[in-house]
Design a protein around this ligand. Structure first.
Ligand SMILES: [Zn+2]
Length: 251
C-alpha cells in the first residue's frame, strides 16, 4: 500500500484510512460485475467508500492491523442501521495489513445481502472529551457471517483469482431475495450447517445448535420448527439438498 501517504497524519486510524483507500482506488474491483476498478467516493459519504462505475454496487472498506477475527470496527451505528433496513447496506471489504511495511495480508468481501441487524453491535457512545462525543459507533461481527459470506480476495498476501471471487459472490446472490429481517435466521442456520464441516448432515445435528440460535433470536420461542423452516429456505435458495428422513446434503 502507498504508506508514504500516511506521513501528514498523526492518528493511526486516519493513516490507515488514507493509505487503504488510496490502495483500494488502485486495486479493488467489483465482485458483482466484470468491472476491474471502483470509483472512490468523497470522504464522509455515509457508510460508503466506493461505487462500481458499471453496476453501481456500493462498497465500504474497513481495515485493521490485527488479523481478521471475530469483529471489525465500523463507522456510525445509525448510518449502518439505516443502510441495512432501508437502502440496503454496502458490500464490505475487510482488510488486514501489516503496519510496519504497509503490506496487504488478508482481504475479504462480505456481500451486502449477507447483512442483517444481528451482524452489527452498537458500541458505547464516545466519551465527552472525544472530538465527536455522543456519536455512537458500531462493530461488525465477522463471526456472525457464515464462511460462505466471507469471500477471500487476498489470503496471507496471495490474491485469489477474481473469477473465483465473482463466482462465489454470484452463488450467494439468491440471498438478496430474502428480506433483511428474515435473513438473519437463514444465515445463522447456514452458519451452523457450515460449522458441522460435513457434506451430509442430519436434522438432529442442526438441532444441536438450538441453544445458540435461541440466544441469537430470543424473541422466537419455537426454535426447532424455525430451524426446519430455514432448512427449507436454504433448499429453495440452492444451498442444501433434502435427502429424506432428516438427512441433508450441502450443494
Ligand atoms: Zn460492478
Amino acid at each position: 500500500m502507498p504508506g508514504e501517504l500516511a506521513r501528514p497524519y498523526r492518528s493511526l486510524s486516519q493513516k490507515a484510512r488514507v493509505v487503504s483507500e488510496a490502495w483500494g482506488a488502485e486495486n479493488l474491483y467489483c465482485a458483482n460485475c466484470s468491472s476491474d476498478s471502483l470509483a472512490q467516493l468523497a470522504a464522509n459519504t455515509r457508510a460508503v467508500d466506493f461505487r462500481c462505475p458499471e453496476c453501481d454496487s456500493l462498497f465500504q472498506l474497513k481495515c485493521q492491523s490485527k488479523p481478521l477475527g471475530r469483529q471489525i470496527a465500523d463507522a456510525g451505528f445509525d448510518a449502518m442501521r439505516e443502510a441495512i433496513s432501508q437502502v440496503g447496506p454496502t458490500n464490505l471489504f475487510a482488510l488486514h495489513y501489516s503496519p510496519q511495511d504497509w503490506l496487504v495480508r488478508d482481504l475479504i468481501i462480505v456481500p451486502h445481502f449477507a447483512f442483517s441487524m444481528s451482524c452489527i453491535r452498537k458500541r458505547n457512545p464516545l466519551r465527552p472529551q472525544a472530538r465527536r462525543h455522543g456519536h455512537v459507533l458500531c462493530t461488525i461481527l465477522l463471526s456472525s457471517f457464515p464462511s460462505d459470506a466471507k469471500i477471500p480476495i487476498v489470503t496471507d498476501g496471495t490474491p485469489t483469482n477474481p473469477k473465483l471471487v465473482r463466482e462465489q459472490y454470484a452463488r450467494l446472490r439468491p440471498l438478496a431475495n430474502v428480506k433483511h429481517d428474515a435473513r438473519g435466521w437463514t444465515l445463522d442456520v447456514l452458519n451452523a450447517v457450515r460449522r458441522l464441516g460435513k457434506e451430509e448432515f442430519t436434522l438432529a445435528e442442526i438441532y444441536g445448535f438450538a441453544g445458540e440460535l435461541a440466544r441469537l433470536h430470543p424473541q422466537n420461542e419455537h426454535i426447532e420448527p424455525k430451524i426446519r423452516q430455514q432448512l427449507q429456505n436454504l433448499r429453495d435458495l440452492g444451498f442444501v439438498r433434502f435427502l429424506g428422513r432428516g438427512n441433508y446434503r450441502i450443494w
